[in-house]
Design a protein around this ligand. Structure first.
Ligand SMILES: C[S@@+](CC[C@H](N)C(=O)[O-])C[C@H]1O[C@@H](n2cnc3c(N)ncnc32)[C@H](O)[C@@H]1O
Length: 304
């Protein structure tokens, strides 16, 4: 039977568990409650469109708890986790790069990007949960500030088993991601400032059990997307999970991308999208034998 989501008890429990005057004060003033309320408002929407099923209620709760936790940490200036989940470290705004300011949309829990983040974290959590016991290798190409990977790992029970490589080229984003990793206490996560479009960059981090291409396919040519899809398995273990995102604005290329993945032996585990013009997230399992690794391939080049 479907039951209401226990937002209030989950949030209360978090407050009790995390403690701290600043958090309690924030709760009293109602700001934390308002932010959690905003998160809560769109989760039922995701449920309605089939992103989160009623059978998966425990997952709803965990996703909310996760985000409530992130919000609470970021609101508490005394917390070690308060290295600004969503704000880059640079103080001079005009000096911040385009790709650093791009991440500011994560500050707004109603933004498409924040909703996409929930979906990505949900699928990444599943992939880590379902990985066989032992080390789990995660690679995130063009990782930005690492909201997805860091947000999941900071509280995941298997975080000590995960070795994650975040590949990012932008100075500001690399700095922010490293600071957030240090604050989250997840030494198994490394940020490499390098070109994620070059397969040689991943030489010592492969094969990946989870490979992430989030925020790439909308910024490169169709030919680059196709080449990346066709060669992704060179970076993967057999049965690896691959996550990819792409916006669905005109021209919506998501059907084409799905069929390219199917062509080269991936089984689609999920396709999450709130609808046309919004984001799409594909979750796949590599069902064919991976291609051999090559260190000399160019997968993609960003257009901006
Ligand atoms: C659209 S953002 C996505 C960030 C992150 N994956 C996310 O979803 O939050 C794209 C990121 O790719 C980075 N980037 C662009 N070209 C790159 C390259 N050749 N190698 C590594 N990172 C790159 C940008 O600096 C930016 O942070």
């Amino acid at each position: 039977m479907r039951r209401g989501l226990p937002w209030r008890p989950v949030a209360d429990q978090l407050l009790v568990r995390t403690g701290g005057m600043a958090r309690r004060q924030a709760w009293r003033t109602g700001s934390t409650r308002r932010i959690i309320g905003a998160v809560a408002r769109y989760l039922p929407g995701l449920s309605l469109i089939g992103l989160l099923s009623s059978d998966d209620l425990w997952r709803h709760e965990r996703t909310l708890a996760h985000h409530a936790c992130i919000i609470l940490r970021s609101m508490d200036p005394t917390s070690a986790g308060a290295t600004r989940d969503t704000q880059p470290m640079a103080t001079n705004d005009s000096a911040r790069s385009y790709w650093a300011t791009w991440h500011d949309a994560y500050d707004d829990p109603e933004s498409d990007l924040s909703q996409r983040l929930i979906a990505v974290q949900h699928r990444l959590t599943d992939a880590i949960d379902q990985a066989p016991p032992g080390a789990i290798r995660v690679i995130s190409a063009c990782a930005g500030q690492g909201h997805d990977v860091i947000g999941v790992l900071r509280s995941h029970p298997r975080k000590s088993e995960v070795h994650a490589l975040l590949v990012e080229s932008d100075d500001d984003n690399v700095r922010v991601a490293r600071a957030r990793i240090a604050a989250a206490g997840i030494p198994g996560v490394d940020v490499r400032q390098a070109d994620a479009g070059n397969t040689g960059t991943y030489r010592d981090a492969i094969p990946a059990d989870v490979l992430m291409f989030c925020g790439i396919f909308g910024n490169v040519s169709d030919e680059d997307v196709r080449r990346t899809v066709y060669n992704a398995s060179r970076l993967c273990t057999p049965q690896a999970t691959v996550l990819w995102t792409r916006h669905r604005r005109d021209p919506d290329r998501t059907d084409q991308i799905r069929s390219w993945f199917a062509e080269v032996g991936y089984e689609e585990l999920a396709f999450d999208s709130p609808g046309p013009d919004r984001f799409a997230l594909g979750t796949l399992r590599l069902a064919a034998p991976p291609l051999a690794y090559r260190s000399d391939l160019r997968l993609f080049t960003f257009r901006t």
